[in-house]
Ligand binder design. Sequence first.
Ligand code: MTE
Length: 315
Amino acid sequence: MLIRRPPDIPSSEITPERVFLDRRSFIRHAALGTAAAALSPSTLSGTRHTAPQDPRFSELESELGEPVNAWTEITTYNNFYEFGTAKEDPHRNSGSFRPRPWTVRIEGHVNNPGDYELDDFLAPHRIEDRVYRMRCVEAWSMVIPWRGFPLGDLVRRVDPTGDARFVEFTTIVRPDEMPGQRTGVLPWPYVEGLRLDEAMHPLTMLVTGVYGVDLPNQNGAPLRLIVPWKYGFKGIKSIVSIRFVEEMPMTTWWAANAREYGFYANVNPEVDHPRWSQARERRIGELRRRETLMFNGYANQVGQMYADLDLTRWI
Ligand code: MTE
């Protein structure tokens, strides 16, 4: 686990500029000739190929023991079906999406429900930068420097009542700006959920930025969820509602295909997807596949929460 707070890593030290300075990533792409496959020419043209100047950058990488993915990888290889199903669609099709003004609704079994304008919603929270692995259920992964705050801080602030056992998150519906929502590829809106203890776990984040700047639209602006020990689809984007509920919420991918996707979606190399193995993963930017780690490498921190759960049944 790597948790860095603002005094350690000021935002000025993690900027997209510095991602462009990620020489290793450039060499990786150049050597493999993979740049064209993963990245559109327009994003590549802005790339500068200089070594990182800031020693903290390599420190940040080395603490997780794995290189941080480049800005271009994180922002052009995405899943956000509201903008289309191809990896480059969210980057290409989200230009006219307006992430502000934005209102977040807190509802359900809480003592402090309400509609919060985004700045008011964020103001009480201490924003920090954290580098997490992200493992998609499709068996690719990245290492991403997020910016945000622990969801648990929000939960304490809005003060759930004794009836709240789960938290349900909902993405905005704006078919005018989100071309994927004009198709039936998924039932809209996109919905996700967590058990209350998962929501309170210190690793679970509400994310507002990446690489020290506000989230690009394609990454879920202006507010998304990150639960690093779960498959990426739990990380719901462009959240407009956070509801505290008694019953386990029916989530989008679970509803779409219960045989393949469940509510928990804990990263588990021992439980294969019905159509592919989950034992290994393709780290974007690397040639060889990596072993997938139990709970995505966060087992020491989160394993205890599932001591009584049959992980082969509760996928
Ligand atoms: N949130 C919404 N609203 N719609 C989506 O299609 N895709 C999910 C998740 N959040 C998705 C979403 C999936 S499958 C993954 S892997 C991650 O977002 C990808 O996040 P990234 O594009 O920022 O890497």
